[in-house]
Ligand binder design. Structure first.
Ligand code: FMN
Length: 215
């Protein structure tokens, strides 16, 4: 059995108090994102996004947070991917930021909506050209016969566009913004007596309510 399955890590005594968290949980999330950045962990803006497929089955995968403000959490993907189809059928999501090195996690629940085409164009235009071409060539989540077949599709897109022509954003590729209704800040503590502070609101027009949860 791998050693890690038997390990009991002590998560330390860094407290998270009601006084510590900002009254605005989105501001608190930004503060913790900055802490994750300076800690030097890989992909501090990576978040595990869970969705509900049209047939009701759950699924999870990592995406990168690309924007966060009072409107919510923004990420980009293919609208025709499995997650894209899931979100169009069931916009309710759960998101986890897994900041293990910091003994922290943030859990966000909310409702996803497509961002407008101009915002998707603006972000697509800032992507490296290779990533733009990959978005055109790849039917995300669909099976393909081989790696060679995928690389052949990329080659065809490159030949069609040449070296300099701007890569047009695929119509089915763009952003979602998740408007949060719940944001929980979890700080690991010794003996599994972790601090859990959860902000909830029924909708974006309401004020946040803060509760402490048992670990
Ligand atoms: C660190 C990391 C970051 C990722 N970021 C994104 C992203 O921002 N958008 C995206 O569509 N897929 C991203 N992926 C790939 C997804 O996890 C997933 O494989 C892909 O989106 C297909 O998911 P689906 O078939 O459930 O729709 C990322 C994967 C990792 C490991």
């Amino acid at each position: 059995m791998p050693d890690s399955l038997r390990r009991h890590t002590d998560y330390g005594q860094t407290p998270l108090t009601e006084e510590d968290v900002a009254t605005d949980p989105i501001g608190q999330l930004v503060t913790w994102l900055e802490h994750a950045e300076v800690s030097g962990i890989d992909e501090p803006n990576a978040m595990v996004l869970s969705t509900i497929a049209p047939d009701g089955s759950p699924s999870s995968r990592t995406v990168l947070l690309r924007g966060v403000d009072e409107r919510g959490l923004e990420f980009f993907t293919s609208y025709s991917s499995d997650k894209g189809k899931a979100l169009l059928a069931h916009p309710e999501v759960s998101i986890v930021f897994p900041w293990y090195r910091l003994h922290r996690q943030v859990i966000v629940r909310g409702t996803a909506a497509m961002v407008d085409a101009a915002a998707s164009d603006a972000y697509f235009g800032r992507r490296p050209r290779g990533a733009q071409i990959a978005a055109v060539a790849s039917d995300q989540s669909r099976p393909i016969a081989s790696r060679e077949a995928l690389e052949q599709k990329v080659l065809e897109v490159e030949q069609r566009l040449g070296d300099t022509a701007p890569v047009p954003r695929p119509e089915d590729w763009g952003g979602f913004v998740v408007c949060p209704t719940s944001i929980e800040f979890w700080q690991g503590r010794s003996s599994r007596l972790h601090d859990r502070l959860r902000f909830t609101r029924p909708d974006a027009a309401s004020t946040w309510v803060l509760e402490r949860l048992q670990p």
